[in-house]
Design a protein around this ligand. Sequence first.
Ligand code: 3HC
Length: 295
Amino acid sequence: AAGAEAAAPELKREIRKVGVVGTGTMASGIVQAFAQAGYDVVFVGRGEDKIAGVVSFIDKGLAKLVEKGKIDEDTKSDVLDRLTGSTEREALGDVDIVVEAIAEDLAIKTELYKDLDRICKPGAILATTTSSMPITKLGEATSRPESVIGMHFFNPATIMKLVEVVTTADTGADVNETVLALCANVGKVAVSCGDRSGFIVNCLLFPYLNDAVTLLESGAASMDEIDAAIKEQAGFPMGPFQLLDVVGNDVSLAIQQELFAEFKEPGFAPAALLEQKVAEGALGRKTGKGFHDYQ
Ligand code: 3HC
């Protein structure tokens, strides 16, 4: 019946141009997701080679879609035309929202937020895709904590529909509503969450992934058997070791350490084998070797 459902969120602040900071896996996917949805995107990286890396990632992704007949060549070049890469943060002066996807390091992020606060126009929203840093602290580094919010995308960001929209006690209701509406415009499914370590997904997913590593260490089952069991039993698209390799063992270890530091539950302590993989540089698909081999 009319009025039975909550009204769809509205863009309370106008969003025409999007900024992204970062050139890693998440940033690249996020740039592509916005550009594919029709937004002009300015992205900032630390060097020309990193900028070129993002464009090449998106070019390859779009080429795959052309190959599959999902988009045509014209659409592909339109998407690429919406991209502007820069090595200067000042390029973000006129964007309506910045999505930050840089290293998970509070000192580095805090420095960036101070700078974004100086550079970005009044009213611009500063969103972070952090999976483990307290967003409240990032807001406090700025003069506009009401405009600071979490937009936690999932890997691969071009494909995964979920975005956790994380509000702090300071986040403005108009900012929250705008970001919820923006997610819908980009074809994502938003889930709201408070600023608690791990939010919803990582708080539940990473202890499971860590347990899978501990189970492997016990010798009771092989990696392939554990992957197969979970895929079959739960209808998961990937087994735990396949997923760890997609996320990256370094990222997974950092999340696990953060959850352990926050909740102090012995079961959250990172599995020794996960630490070993990181120490060996076996980070997952991105290095060609993680738990599984991709050479
Ligand atoms: N750009 C845009 N779209 C693309 C694309 C690209 N580069 N590549 C593929 N697609 C589209 C495809 O066309 C396809 O569209 P369709 O459904 O309309 O046909 C769709 O995306 C799926 O593509 P594929 O068929 O190639 O992919 P699969 O079906 O093999 O699934 C997967 C791949 C989505 C990665 C799946 O295995 C999966 O869901 N794995 C689990 C991933 C997951 O759980 N991620 C979350 C990790 S936790 C995290 O990220 C948190 C962080 O804090 C660490």
